[in-house]
Design a protein around this ligand. Structure first.
Ligand SMILES: [Ca+2]
Length: 147
């Protein structure tokens, strides 16, 4: 940014490290403070935040990063995606079976010192019988056919 906040060609849009706090505005619910001893709740939440607490992304989706890890239908694998096959490259759905499901996006427990996965592309896993306060799910449906 140039002086006065004007865009300067060739400049990064935000100072490094300010992606989650542009112009002093928190963009998602993560941990602030000294993890795990002190959570300052600087973003307004010590635990989960309401769905519309932060503005949506450009697709209109809320909480794609932080707040709660999002359960995915894909089985977790550290090797399946490595193979260069059509099913691993085109709309990959993960292996047909597994022991743990993919979770993505990070949670209010993520902190730079411990779990800096509060981004849309972040993936890790948990078993389907797990129960925690920092995982949730997103309901989705296909659009009805148009005439
Ligand atoms: Ca928080």
């Amino acid at each position: 940014m140039g002086e006065g906040g004007a865009w300067r060609p060739g400049a990064l849009p935000l100072p490094l490290g300010d992606e989650l706090l542009p112009r002093g505005q928190h963009r998602c619910n993560i941990w602030q403070g000294q993890f795990p001893q002190v959570n300052t709740g600087e973003d307004g939440y010590l635990g989960t935040a309401p769905v519309k607490a932060y503005r949506p992304n450009n697709f209109g989706l809320y909480n794609t990063s932080g707040n709660v890890w999002e359960w995915c239908s894909d089985w977790w694998s550290t090797t399946w995606q490595v193979a260069d096959r059509p099913e691993t490259r085109q709309d990959p759905a993960g292996p047909p079976t597994g022991e743990a499901k993919v979770i993505r996006g990070g949670s209010y427990l993520c902190h730079a010192s411990y779990c800096n996965r509060y981004r849309v592309a972040a993936r890790t896993s948990n078993t389907p019988d797990s129960s925690t306060g920092h995982m949730g799910f997103r309901c989705a449906a296909d659009l009805p056919p148009t005439r």
